[in-house]
Design a protein. Structure first.
Length: 367
């Protein structure tokens, strides 16, 4: 079977014939121009989504967008659903196959298939907390997310902010609370003030996040947040312009994408604002030059010093002209409403090109 993809490569089942591969990746054109072809075994890429957390359905949407985009790539692509009871693989025709947990392979038409690289789009557990990355690292399978130890750090908001503070990155005043500990509203308010945010420590997509304006609202918010996680982070509510910036390793360099300013219709950038259109997102953000420079410098510093890889997105709020870190997302959303695709577009990078670059960066580390 032969298939042409945008006249850049010709696919023959397990082999791919690529014309001018450096130009396809956005580099300088090779000296042979249209006469040069590169033959290689097609890399088998799995797009993993799902997971065990409240973010499962959002993760599935992100995974679908990534998978659909990669159908125009030279790779042999499959969707992977990581569920609590069963792991499955789906091919382009929609056929499902059981995934072997022992080696993360599967059987197709009597042949054993092994993945060359996994695009990790599992928001929340086990994809964003380092568990899935650790499993893949144990099997020596490259993946597009950050190393497992780094993922465990950044997924834990309390630990991540503590490390960022030690690096000199400004953050909000915070108070930590574990389920079962004595709760003193007066102590909390004296530490962080009002209004404040009560956050599940290990969750994303604003699940388990509540804004508290009065002291009597604190205990109900804490009880609700404990339904998402038994560890909480309570922070002072910073008032100012909220922005988010993507950073990625691409073509052997760390790139900072254009900044997005978030103007939420709600009290903060909650689930509705993120996924149901209850916010205005301006990309690139119209910021004073010194604000833009300081934010990009901090985002790149966090990426390099913490040992991040793949695509990350850091969120900040400006207070008195200084960006304060809110959190780091190491597997940011890739739905049609998500911010990273917007930032890539503003940077003039097609989503397909961005994804290929991230995958190739992951593959090169194994090589």
């Amino acid at each position: 079977m032969l298939k042409r993809n945008r006249k850049k490569f010709i696919v023959f089942n397990s082999w791919v014939k690529i014309r001018n591969p450096r130009r396809m990746m956005g580099g300088n054109s090779c000296p042979f121009q249209n006469d040069y072809y590169f033959y290689a075994m097609r890399k088998i890429i799995g797009v993993a989504s799902g997971g065990f957390s409240s973010e499962r359905e959002i993760s599935k949407k992100s995974g679908q967008v990534v998978f659909d985009t990669l159908l125009e790539s030279p790779y042999e692509c499959y969707q992977i659903d990581i569920a609590s009871k069963q792991w499955t693989v789906k091919d382009v025709a929609g056929n499902n196959y059981p995934l072997e947990k022992g080696n993360f392979g599967f059987s197709l038409e009597g042949k054993e298939k092994q993945f060359d690289c996994i695009v990790n789009m599992i928001h929340g557990a086990p994809g964003e907390n380092g568990q899935f990355a650790g499993y893949l690292e144990m099997l020596n399978i490259p993946h597009t997310s950050c190393p497992s130890a780094v993922a465990a750090l950044t997924y834990n908001k309390r630990d991540c902010l503590a490390v960022a503070s030690a690096m000199g990155i400004p953050t909000a005043k915070r108070f930590t609370l574990n389920q079962g500990e004595t709760i003193s509203p007066d102590t909390i308010v004296n530490k962080v003030g009002l209004p404040c945010f009560v956050k599940a420590n290990r969750a994303g997509s604003s699940f388990g996040v509540y804004k508290v304006f009065k002291k009597e609202e604190l205990l109900p918010a804490i009880e609700k947040a404990f339904e998402e996680d038994h560890q909480l982070l309570i922070e002072s509510a910073l008032e100012g312009r909220e922005i988010t910036v993507g950073v990625l390793e691409w073509e052997n360099e760390v790139h900072v994408l254009p900044i997005t300013e978030i103007i939420s219709e709600n009290d903060f950038f909650d689930y509705q604002a993120k996924y149901e259109g209850k916010s205005k997102e301006i990309t690139p953000a119209q910021l004073p030059l010194d604000w833009e420079v300081s934010t990009k410098r901090m985002a790149k510093q966090l990426y390099t010093k913490m040992g991040l890889s793949g695509i990350s997105r850091s969120e900040f709020i400006f207070q008195d002209g200084v960006p304060h870190l809110l959190e780091i997302n190491t597997i940011p959303g890739m739905t049609l409403q998500s911010i990273i695709p917007q930032q890539a577009k503003a940077a003039g990078i097609p989503l397909l090109k961005l994804l290929i670059g991230v995958i190739e960066a992951s593959l090169s580390k194994k090589a």
